[in-house]
Design a protein around this ligand. Structure first.
Ligand code: FAD
Length: 474
């Protein structure tokens, strides 16, 4: 019998896992895909929101601010990329200017620090390429940018090093109450028993809830389309540029990414949870809206487009013990600002279960983790020394992002190592450059096959059935 089963390896499940790994508990995280960060947490804006537009008295309002404040220490401890670049919420009319004052007041009530209303000239002196049509902006200094998947991977690796077991390719298909807990059935026929279950299944949080709770939920997908530009375009803006938010979303943003690209999006359209196709109309809408903030977008520098689907349930996050099921905790309907709030959600959930478990801190908890070396970021002397120690760092595999074979081998062989090409991508950025993998997909597949001692025909792009090549090499 396990103490805790966490369902879902997104930013919520892994934040909870890492928090609980500080205590003497027998915890397992179950994920239906072959890697963490395979769901909503891999495709979003990657903004650590300041929190000025959340509603006072909600979990979103409270956990956004608390989560935001945890990022400096967490990113340093777990070695994932994060930067407080600040955000500007642009006003284009007197009505917008009035709204900015409301947002500032609201943010201050919520405890957001460093909010300031700037005049037009002040905004233009901070951002050269912002539209001439603006009247002013709200400057949110605590807003930041993060690599969402590197964050999830870091949380998961650290939880694993501290004793949390991870079960991949394991979908929970049934949950039954037993006398002192729950019996969980996995898609491979395996059973697990646990005293406590934490439902962090993202878009499927309703399906998992409905397996046990008389109160049935239905999560709706709200699709957001994005356009990603190369790193030359990434110099266009330094801060994240928002427009005044509406009721459904925070609007289309223009932002540098933590890796130095430029990104615009997302729009917001209700649709199927599994609809991840971009459309000409949707991308056109994103461009038109982004052009309000930055009129001269370098459309010739676009490298890819993608979709993220928001798991929308109620206006606030649902984080609670289910009425009819003791120690069954739902953490669902976690749409934006879920990425920002995640570290605080980990602590909140720990506090929810602390009365049922005697939480004894571990003496040997390892609070830090070292990420994969980023060869391209090293100085010339460090590069030479590294190559002398391991010649695999002298072989560039992804020529666009300058990712070496050494980094890819590390991605595969470290705790919870990569098992597919996309898992290597999320850990190293290989295939994320201008050619989008045309030059390195097969070399990476060969390295995975060699390191895992499998045939290259068994190497997947991501999910089961996405074989990189459909034949066996002689
Ligand atoms: C377009 C968009 C933009 C966003 N931008 C931001 C932003 O800038 N800042 C911010 O703070 N937030 C943002 N968010 C919100 C943030 O991305 C989410 O709140 C967060 O990623 C949700 O994480 P999760 O762990 O709940 O879900 P997920 O990451 O989806 O994780 C759930 C996991 O559960 C697994 N799973 C599902 N069912 C089962 C099952 N039966 N058995 C086993 N495993 C299962 C899934 O495979 C998945 O890996 C954005 C979201 C979207 C869609």
């Amino acid at each position: 019998m396990k103490d805790i089963i966490i369902i879902g390896g997104g930013v919520i499940g892994t934040s909870i896992a890492r928090e609980l790994s500080k205590y003497k508990l027998n915890t397992v995280l179950i994920e239906k895909y072959d890697d963490v960060a395979s769901g909503v947490s891999k495709a979003n804006s990657g903004i650590v929101h300041a929190g000025y537009n959340e509603t006072l008295g909600t979990l979103k309002g409270k956990l956004n601010v608390l989560g935001n404040e945890m990022f400096d220490e967490l990113s340093k401890d777990l070695d994932f990329p994060f930067k407080r670049n600040g955000a500007l919420i642009l006003a284009f009319s007197e009505e917008d200017m009035a709204k900015l004052k409301e947002l500032k007041f609201n943010g201050e009530m919520l405890g957001v620090k460093g909010l300031e209303i700037l005049r037009r000239e002040e905004v233009l002196s901070l951002e050269n390429n912002v539209s001439e049509k603006i009247l002013g902006a709200l400057y949110a200094k605590t807003s930041g940018i993060v690599s969402p998947y590197e964050m999830v991977i870091a949380l998961a690796e650290n939880a694993n090093v501290n004793g949390v077991e991870f079960k991949f390719n394991s979908e929970v298909i049934n949950i039954e109450k037993i006398c002192d807990g729950y019996k969980i059935t996995l898609s491979n026929g395996e059973y697990l028993e646990s005293k406590c279950v934490i439902n962090a299944a993202g878009l499927n949080g309703d399906i998992v809830n409905n397996m046990i709770n008389d109160h049935q939920y239905k999560i709706k997908g709200v699709k957001g389309e994005y356009i990603l530009f190369d790193k030359i375009a990434g110099r266009l803006v330094k801060k994240t540029l928002f427009q005044v938010p509406d009721k459904i979303s925070k609007g289309v943003l223009v932002t540098p990414t933590i890796d130095g690209n430029l990104m615009i999006g997302p729009n917001a359209h209700k649709g199927a949870k599994i609809d991840i196709k971009t459309t000409k109309e949707g991308l056109g809408e994103v461009i038109d809206k982004a052009k309000r903030s930055v009129s001269q977008l370098p459309l010739n520098r676009i490298i890819t487009t993608f979709v993220g689907v928001r798991p929308c349930l109620k206006s606030d996050f649902i984080i609670e013990e289910v009425n009819c099921a003791k120690n069954f905790i739902n953490v669902i309907g976690v749409d934006s600002p879920g990425l920002t709030a995640a570290p605080a959600i980990g602590v909140y959930v720990k506090n929810l279960i602390k009365d049922s478990f005697n939480l004894i801190p571990k003496d040997n908890f390892i609070s830090t983790r070292k990420g994969i070396i980023k060869f391209d970021k090293l100085g010339i002397t460090e590069k030479n020394e590294l190559i002398k120690r391991d010649c695999n760092y002298g072989k560039i595999v992804c020529k666009c992002e300058l990712i070496t074979e050494g980094e890819i081998i590390d991605a595969i062989n470290r705790p919870l190592g990569a098992r597919s090409v996309d898992a290597v991508k999320r850990r190293t950025r290989a295939t994320m450059g201008g050619c989008q993998g045309v030059g390195c997909l097969i070399p990476i597949s060969k390295i995975i096959a060699r390191e895992l001692n499998i045939d290259i025909s068994e190497v997947m792009k991501n999910k089961k059935g996405s074989n990189m090549i459909g034949y066996k090499e002689a």
